[in-house]
Design a protein around this ligand. Sequence first.
Ligand code: ADP
Length: 395
Amino acid sequence: MTELTAGRAPAVVLRGVAKSYDGKRDAIAEMSLEVGHGEFVVLLGPSGSGKSTIVRAIAGIERIDRGSIEIFGRQVAGDRLHVAPEDRGVSMVFQDYALWPHMTVLDNVAFALKRAKVGSRDRKEKASEMLARVGLGGKEGRYPGELSGGEQQRVALARALVGHSGLVLFDEPLSNLDADLREKLRLEIATLTRETNASVIYITHDQAEAFALADKIGVLAGGRLIQMGEPEDIYQRPVNPFIARFTGLAGELAGKVLANPAPGLVEVEVPSASAVLRARMVGRLEPGDMATVALRPFALAISDADEPSIEARVLDVAFRGRGYEHALALGGNVISSVFCAERHPRGSKVSISVDPAGCLAFSEAEEVAVAAVHDPAADGAEDEAIAFDLTEYAL
Ligand code: ADP
């Protein structure tokens, strides 16, 4: 919280919010969270985890069954109260842009100011300024149908942010755009929302997007908020194996705990790699317990053979511009996203060193607890994020 925002009501407070579409299964189950004034919060989760439902409930498009929602200190939902979407002072950017097709670009943006009772000339001036800021100067007179997808999303962004320092909700705004455009627009969203001091809730299933944008990330699964924290926190201290997997692993190795050499650390014997690894402990692990060691991509390096290391074989190598990413066979396990400045050809033997800071050890009990909350059937096919590379981001 900055000096400017100290003492102000949070942008959003959810208390025990629940919502079911069919009366049987909760799309959101008892969700509580707070978004500070001027904060950029990303809700990250696989498909079906309840992300859209929660932002639609905050916007007022969906009614909640239980709990309460406050926006800037004012209750807008709860106890039979349901303030209409247009009276919540919230703007929203959708995946499919949702522009008014019969209005020019300028009018699309200026219309958002009408509600704020800004005079007609001022509206056009402010809208025009905002359009210039999103790189659409000169296209004010066009209709949405005459613009590319990226340009249309820029109009939607301008409309959401014009004259607005309130709450802006983003529902997967980049998912219909090409990769290079996505990157550009992501940067624009990050800078413009902060320049206008908007408070933001942004939902995505894309981990890289979440880590790049967020002041805070909330990870959802099965309609529940599993962990909320700063990106570094989520990455370094995931509370369970689901969060670790969903935020990017190079691979996992099964083993048995030998010792607790220091507080928070375990030594795990991994027979398939003929190795003993040091790992940070998530939950409780005692000597003799079976454990899974989850490896962050940054933990692995292809090293000089004379260092203490583990033998592996190169399965695949991919050129990534700044170097090469290798997939390795380690015993019966596949370890991916192992970065190296040099190319190691397919089939060659390499030695890898492992940094304990990027190794996380979980107990079997943790896996069972995760399976109980996390319903893979509801998560669709998008839950494939195992080999996501956060090496640039990592320590
Ligand atoms: P996400 O945005 O994370 O993909 P949703 O909020 O869309 O998740 O969905 C959460 C759960 O609610 C899913 O099981 C989904 O099938 C269900 N759901 C979403 N919208 C509806 C709807 N309009 N009617 C019935 N079920 C729905």
